[in-house]
Structure formats: C-alpha cells, structure tokens
Design a protein around this ligand. Structure first.
Ligand code: GLN
Length: 539
C-alpha cells in the first residue's frame, strides 16, 4: 500500500455546515506546508452523477477537465487548492452500485451472493484508495456527503470504519463537523446535539479523532472540555469554526485553531515550519479593502438559488479582489425582463452577464437583455446559453432574421443560428452525454479575446449540446460579430465578440470553472475592469 495518508470528513446534526469548505481549508493548509493534497467527495444519492439534477435541487453542476459532471464542492476544492480534480474525485451511491452491478453481470463474483458488505463497501474503498494509489498525493481528503445517521450514507460510514482498521491510526483520521448552537433563551452554547451525533458515529463503529464545531460564538475552555469528555477526543482536538465573513477566511481561522497541526501530529508528521499562506493573505487583503465598486447584473432563470451560479459568483470574487474593487451582483430573473423595462432594470448597471442554462423558459428576457447591452454599449459577457442568446439577438435585430432561434427552443425554426451539434444528433440518453470537459480553442490575434488572454492557445471546459451554426458565420462577421475563438480540431465557434462595442464577449465554454484564488480567470478580471471603466466614464 502507498504512503498516502487519508482524512475522512463526516458531518452531523444538520446538513449545510460547510464540510466542503472545511475540507478545502484543511487541504489548503496542508498544501501550504508542501504536501500534495487532493480532495474527494462521496454523495449518497442514487443518481450516477448530478448532471441530470435540476439546479434548484442541487445547485451548480461542476465540470472537470476530464468531462465529469460533479458536485459543486469540487469547485471549492479547485478554487482553494488551485489544482484540477477529475472524475475520480466525485463518487455517488449510483456510481458505486452501477460498477458493482456491471461486475456482477460480467461474472466477477461468480458463485457469490453480492451484498452491501463486502461488495459495496469494497467498491467504496477502491474509490478511496484509487487516488492514493496514483502515487501523486501525500494526503487524500474524503468528504462524506449528508449527515451521519442518514440511511443512505451508512455504507460509506461502514467503508470508513473498515478503512480506518486497514490503514491504522497514523495513516487515517476522521474529522467530524458538527453544530454547537446558541440557545438565546438559555444564553448558552449547547453541546448535546454534538454528543448525539458523535454517538451516532460510534454506533457505526467510527470514533472521530477531531471535532470541528460550527458556532456563532466562541467556544470557551469549559465548552471545549465538555465536548472532549463526552465525545472522547483530546481537548486540543476540539476545533472551533466560527461563522466567517467570507469562505476564504476559513483557512486562516483553521490555522488559528491549529487544525493542520492536530492532523499532522496524528499522522506523526512534522509541523514545525509555518505554512506558506502569504499569497492567500494578500488575496484576502485585496478582497477586504476595495477602493471602488461596480454593479453587475447577473441575468438567469435559477436566481432564486444562488448556488446554481456558484462558480460564476466566486469567479467575480476573485476578479473583484484582483481589481481591488467590490463587485456588487444584482440578481435579475430572466423571466422578469420585458422589452419595455430594460432601462429600469439595467440603466444603473456597469456590466451585464447572461448566465448559462437549459430550455425555453426565460430566453426572450435574456435576448432583450443582450439587446440592451449591445445598443447601450454596456460591458456584456454571455456564458454558454448566454452566448447563444447573444447570437440569436444579433440575428434577429442586426441581420434581420426575425425568426432566428436555437433549435433547442424551436426545432423547426427557419433560421437555426444555434444548432444541435452533429455528434449529438443520434444521442438519446441524457446522462453524461453532452459535450463535456476541456477542449482547446484558438484565439484570433487582434481580437478582444486575444487581448484578454494574451495568448492564442487556450483550453476551457464545456457543457452543452448546441453550438453556433457556422453556415451563418460569414453574414455575422460581415455585420460585426466575429468568431474570436475557434476549436482547432473541428472548427466549432467557441467565442464570439462585437467589433464595434467596448466589451461584448460570449463564450460557448464555462470560464468560471477555472477561476481560482491564485489564478483569477482573465475573462472575469477584464470584464470587471471594463465595468470599472464604464462606470468612471459615466461619472
Ligand atoms: N442549453 C444550451 C446547450 O445545451 C446551453 C447549455 C449551457 O448553458 N450550459 O447547448
């Protein structure tokens, strides 16, 4: 077995405590000590991946370079650690069972009854060890989705129990994230929910090594002692995780609580040297001390659930910090946009982003949004469906192809300026069949896109079935909308822009998926800068 050390992160009391952020923060601190770290998420639901889930159910679907549709926590892992994840970093119950059933059909278990223990738990452990066995990582952090006690997460917890036994205490630890609520009427922090959730873990045979306690107030020495006593952990392994102003504060807060030292000491690894987190602190300094402000409208149809656009929001945070400006996002529901209220909705904005999406609902609002941004020369950024809407708007209002549409919205449209990709035409299954993952793109010299990237060869991640219909390209280019980014292998149009507009760019890919704290995405950085320039030109 490899020398990799394993950390399991479980959660109790309630969901939404931020296991993803704690995992990413711990990963960051260990990485900042020179260790190579990867983080993996297990999701207990039965979908093979979240690609077939509605954003309202699950938030954004994050896409990796190798084309996996994954949980949005993987976005946090990448943004914090600045290294790409892969399809091995997100595993669902559905995927585990799918693999086991395929093996059963292939005869791998001939003669045996296939059971949750050992077959399902073995498959779970294979997926844990697979990352360690690559030899690339000193530390593998595995986050178990859901709460202990949930029926559906039981096989995962059982796999953790077995892994702890197999790996031994210096190679494997369990960190349990809980809530220590404050009872206003009693004027006290309460430890009982944590005690119960640890009992639940113990019942499944897992003793947590470290408790991370989410709380609105500081945990004093008495509370820490009490938690330690009842939950059977050393008092210095009771870690406070107080509500933070920003998720990016959490690594610093965890450092103050010495979470990284506790982990390393359990692993019998040295923690004498301080982690190198200067660049991170510098980012926080810029984030918290903006010298200006811009207002950017985010037009989409899932705006009720902000997590649907998680990576876009975070990319704006990175770009804002880079420009030392505060990006104030105004969430605009695409169904609220009418032809006659655009001035009221957008007149005060410094930039407009039209978001990705699927299906017909809200698209006419998106098209009116594009028209307003184009005609009023407001910086405009269209991502995936947002770019497709910019293409349709231009067809209808500039090329005068009144009925132009995407064949996604109207399969019989007279002018399918956005059309189903050739390779998609015979696909009937919905799961994992879009054009997914990283593809290279050639940027046209002298274009706005080239100015943004400063290079001609880029690679970005995709998630779509429809594309710009190249039969119309000549007409577009003659009228001032050019293809500034092209896939060199198949000539698909990946970026469009307007030549006579200060900043109007559409991307068929999702640049937001590659923005990190250390490497903010240039398209977001330059879009925010264009919004800053637009704002100062108005005053
Ligand atoms: N619905 C569009 C397509 O499939 C755009 C997808 C997206 O915005 N991610 O091509």
């Amino acid at each position: 077995m490899s020398k990799t050390k394993y950390i399991f992160v479980t959660g109790g009391v309630t969901s939404s405590l931020g296991k993803g952020i704690i995992s990413a923060s711990l990963g960051k601190l260990l990485q900042a000590r020179g260790l190579s770290v990867t983080i993996q998420k297990f999701d207990p639901y039965i979908n093979v991946d979240p690609g077939t889930l509605n954003p309202y159910e699950h938030g954004e679907c994050y896409v990796t370079d190798d084309g996996a549709e994954t949980d949005l926590d993987l976005g946090h892992y990448e943004r914090f650690l600045n290294i790409p994840t892969s399809q091995n970093n997100n595993v669902t119950t559905g995927k585990i069972y799918y693999n086991v059933i395929q093996k059963e059909r292939a005869g791998e278990f001939l003669g045996k009854t296939v059971q949750v223990i050992p077959h399902i738990t073995d498959e779970i452990k294979n997926n844990i060890y697979k990352l360690g066995d690559t030899g690339k990582f000193d530390i593998v952090i595995t986050e178990i989705g859901g709460c202990v006690g949930d029926i559906e997460s039981l096989p995962f917890i059982e796999a953790v129990r077995q892994a702890k036994l197999e790996l031994g205490p210096t190679n494997c630890i369990t960190l349990h994230l809980t809530l220590v609520p404050y009872l206003k009427t009693a004027g006290e922090l309460k430890t009982k929910p944590t005690q119960h959730s640890v009992k639940e873990l113990l019942e499944a045979g897992v003793q947590p090594d470290i408790l991370v306690c989410r709380s609105e107030y500081h945990l004093d020495a008495d509370i820490r002692k009490k938690l330690a006593l009842f939950c059977n952990v050393p008092v210095n392994c009771v870690i406070e995780s107080i509500d933070a102003e920003s998720i990016y504060d959490v690594p610093i807060l965890m450092r103050k609580e010495k979470l990284d030292e506790r982990v390393l000491s359990r692993f019998k690894m040295s923690y004498k040297k301080e982690p190198k987190i200067d660049q991170w602190k510098e980012f926080l300094g810029r984030l918290k001390n903006p010298t200006s402000e811009v207002r950017i409208g985010l037009v989409g149809k899932y705006v009720e659930l902000k997590d649907s656009y998680k990576s876009i929001v975070e990319a704006f945070t990175h770009a804002g910090a880079n420009n030392e400006t505060k990006v104030k996002l105004e969430w605009i529901h695409s169904e609220d946009v009418q032809e006659d209220n655009t001035e009221k909705l957008f007149g005060h904005l410094d930039g407009i982003l039209v978001a990705p999406g699927f299906g017909e609902r809200g698209i006419e609002g998106k098209i009116s949004t594009v028209q307003y941004a184009r005609e009023n020369e407001i910086p405009f950024f269209g991502i995936c469906l947002g770019m497709q809407m910019a293409v349709i708007e231009f067809a209808r209002n500039v090329l005068k192809l009144k009925k132009a549409n995407s064949s996604e919205m109207n399969p019989k449209t007279k002018h399918p300026v956005i059309n189903l990709m050739e390779e998609q035409k015979n696909i009937t299954d919905k799961g994992g069949t879009m054009r997914l993952g990283a593809y290279s793109c050639q940027i046209k010299k002298g274009s706005k896109a080239y100015n943004v990237y400063g290079q001609s060869k880029i690679s970005e991640r995709h998630r779509h079935r429809y594309e710009f219909n190249s039969e119309y390209l000549e007409a577009y280019e003659q009228a001032g909308m050019i293809a500034s980014g092209i896939n060199p292998e198949n000539n698909l149009v990946e970026m469009i822009e307007l030549t006579d507009h200060p900043w109007f760019i559409g991307t068929q890919f999702h640049p937001e998926l590659k923005s990190t704290v250390i490497n903010p995405h240039p398209l977001f950085v330059k879009f925010v800068r264009a919004a800053m320039n637009y704002r100062s030109s108005k005053s």
